[in-house]
Design a protein. Structure first.
Length: 219
C-alpha cells in the first residue's frame, strides 16, 4: 500500500510542479494572447489532476488528512470557477447554469466544513486549526463573488474578467503554498498564510486595474 501511496504522491508532485511553472509563466506573458491561453490550459489540467490525486491520498490509510482533502476541493473550485467565468464573456449567456451553481455550492459547503473543523480543533487546543478557519472564510467569501457574476453579468461586463483573474490567481497561490509546504518542507503557519496574503494583494491590484480605479503614476 505504501508503494502505491508513494506513486500517487510522486504524480501529485509532478503535476503540481507543472501547474506552478505554467501558472507563473501565464502571469508573465501578455494576457489574452495565444501563449497565455495555452499556458492557462496546461495550468488548469495540471492543477485539477494534482488536486484530484491529493483527494485520494488524503483518504488513504495512515494518510488521512481532512485539511489536505478540503484544500484539494478549494483548489479545484478555483480552477473550475476561473474557467467557467470565461463563459460569461459572451452576451449570449444571460444567467448561470446548473454546473456554475454546483461548483460554487460545493465550495460553500467545503468552506463551512473547514470552519467547523477549525472551531473544533481550537476548542481542543490545536493552534494550527486556525488554518481551517482562515481558508474556510475564503471558501465562503469567494462564491459570493460568483453570485454577483451570476446576477449582474449583463450590467457589468468586466465581472467575468475580474472573476477569472481572481480565481486563477487563487489557484496559483495554492500551487505556491503546496510547493513551500510539501516541496521544500517549510510547514508552518507563515508558509500556509503568507502566499495567500501577498497573493490577495496582487489580486486586488489586478481588480483595480481592470476596473480602471488605479491612480495614474506621477511623472
Amino acid at each position: 500500500m505504501e508503494n502505491i501511496i508513494s506513486i500517487f504522491i510522486y504524480i501529485h508532485a509532478f503535476f503540481g510542479g507543472i501547474g506552478l511553472v505554467t501558472g507563473i509563466a501565464s502571469i508573465i506573458v501578455k494576457k489574452g494572447n495565444i501563449k497565455h491561453k495555452q499556458l492557462g490550459k496546461w495550468f488548469t489540467w495540471s492543477m485539477i489532476i494534482s488536486s484530484a490525486i491529493s483527494l485520494v491520498v488524503a483518504r488513504m490509510p495512515n494518510h488521512i488528512n481532512n485539511f489536505l482533502f478540503l484544500i484539494g476541493i478549494f483548489t479545484i473550485y478555483m480552477v473550475l470557477a476561473g474557467n467557467r467565468a470565461l463563459t460569461f464573456k459572451s452576451i449570449k449567456k444571460t444567467e448561470a447554469n446548473l454546473v456554475d451553481k454546483l461548483i460554487s455550492g460545493t465550495m460553500v459547503i467545503s468552506g463551512l466544513l473547514m470552519i467547523g473543523f477549525g472551531i473544533n480543533g481550537l476548542v481542543n487546543g490545536y493552534s494550527q486549526s486556525i488554518l481551517f478557519i482562515f481558508f474556510g472564510a475564503f471558501g465562503i467569501f469567494l462564491p459570493y463573488g460568483d453570485y454577483k457574476l451570476f446576477k449582474t453579468t449583463l450590467e457589468n461586463r468586466k465581472l467575468w474578467l475580474i472573476t477569472h483573474l481572481s480565481r486563477m490567481l487563487g489557484a496559483l497561490i495554492a500551487s505556491i503554498t503546496a510547493f513551500l509546504v510539501a516541496g521544500i518542507k517549510y510547514d508552518n503557519l507563515w508558509a500556509w498564510m503568507l502566499p495567500t496574503v501577498l497573493g490577495t494583494a496582487y489580486i486586488i491590484y489586478w481588480i483595480k486595474k481592470v476596473k480602471g480605479t488605479l491612480k495614474p503614476k506621477r511623472a
